[in-house]
Design a protein around this ligand. Structure first.
Ligand code: NAD
Length: 317
């Protein structure tokens, strides 16, 4: 297959591009490096520096068998300060990309959505029929795109898969997690373990959870990458898919911090501070549909494997 991977200089896009190449596919990596790193683009991919919102560029890239669209702004907190930028980058530019792809007859589109589309968690685990009511412009930007994609597939323009990731984590030797302005708990805690920051703050220890801290579902980036390749293949059999990608297991913030201390053998200050507005007590995926539809098996997403791989990547960097 010839695949266009947008955001391939980022964490999940680079890992997925690497997997596609290792399986003999041809990859064009499109990234404007607004937050990504040129070094992350896998050797063997054709790199195009540019924006997904540049429709003339997309048209000039020609035909692909599929596009996997990772490019976008990712920090929900930033989206509260700059909602207009998030809607421009994540929504308007995505539809510019789609216009170009449709003009070029690209038949399949796989989209990085997020568990941020779900609002207050009514049921745990969360399945795909759970109500959606995002708490941030970031989550809303993902949901708006999902709605548009449903129409595009229903009207026969392009087949689409919206993949709602929970917390991407871990890392592979070639593509360790490396976000500018990091806000994810595991890499921040690893930085504390490495002595690169003054400890770690946990927001809230009075939630209605067994140890009082928030519970999240962590999915190893290698398992996420595999799901994308399977989703492209599944669009041969389906016109439209909406799938959760999570491990189905929740870990509390306290458990994450303890796992980092145990697996790195380092101690560091842990501060329990005020809750952060908008943080739900728990977010854990039901991944039954993804397993059924994709035949997806998780092979890397135990907590110990995630933290061990993330620590190896942190030290490598
Ligand atoms: N990391 C997570 O836990 C997580 C969870 C849910 C969903 N997602 C989604 O997965 C996708 C990838 O996340 P990531 O963690 O790899 O992020 P990342 O920041 O590492 O990668 C995003 C990449 O997109 C590029 N980019 C941004 N806007 C662009 C544009 N207009 N044109 C071309 N390139 C552009 C950036 O330069 C960067 O390389 C994002 O869409 C994100 O919203 C991530």
């Amino acid at each position: 297959m010839r695949v266009l991977v947008t955001g391939a200089a980022g964490f999940i896009g680079s890992t997925t591009a690497e997997l596609l190449l290792s399986e003999g596919h041809e990859v064009t990596a499109l990234d404007n490096l607004v937050t990504g790193f040129r070094d992350n683009v896998p050797t063997g991919a054709e790199f195009v520096e540019g924006s997904v919102g540049d429709r003339a560029l997309i048209r000039a890239l020609g035909h692909f068998d599929a596009c996997i669209h990772f490019a976008g702004l990712i920090a929900p907190g930033d989206s509260m300060a700059r909602p207009e930028t998030f809607f421009t980058m994540n929504v308007a530019q995505t539809f510019e990309l789609l216009e170009g792809l449709i003009e070029n007859g690209v038949p399949r589109f796989v989209f990085s959505s997020s568990c941020a589309v779900y609002g207050d968690r009514v049921t745990i685990p969360i399945d795909e029929s759970h109500p959606t009511a995002p708490h941030s412009p970031y989550g809303e930007s993902k949901l708006v795109v999902e709605h548009g994609l449903k129409w595009l597939s229903q009207l026969g323009k392009i087949k689409t898969a919206s993949l709602r990731y929970f917390n991407a984590a871990g890392g592979t030797p070639l593509h360790p997690e490396n976000h500018r302005n990091e806000f994810h708990l595991i890499p921040l805690t690893l930085a504390a373990a490495a002595g690169d920051r003054d400890g770690i703050s946990i927001f809230g220890d009075d939630y209605d959870t067994p140890d009082g801290t928030c519970i999240r579902d962590y999915i190893h980036v290698a398992d996420l990458a595999r799901a994308h390749v399977l989703a492209v293949e599944a669009l041969d059999r389906h016109d439209a898919l909406t799938l959760n990608l999570g491990s189905g297991v929740g870990y509390s913030n306290r458990e994450i911090v303890e796992a980092v201390a145990r697996l790195t053998g380092r101690s560091f200050p842990v501060r329990y501070v005020e809750r952060r507005p908008g943080d739900p007590a728990a977010a854990v995926a039901s991944n039954d549909r993804a397993r059924d539809v994709l035949g997806w098996e998780l092979t890397h997403s135990s907590l110990d494997q995630i933290v061990t791989d993330a620590w190896a990547g942190y030290q490598q960097r």
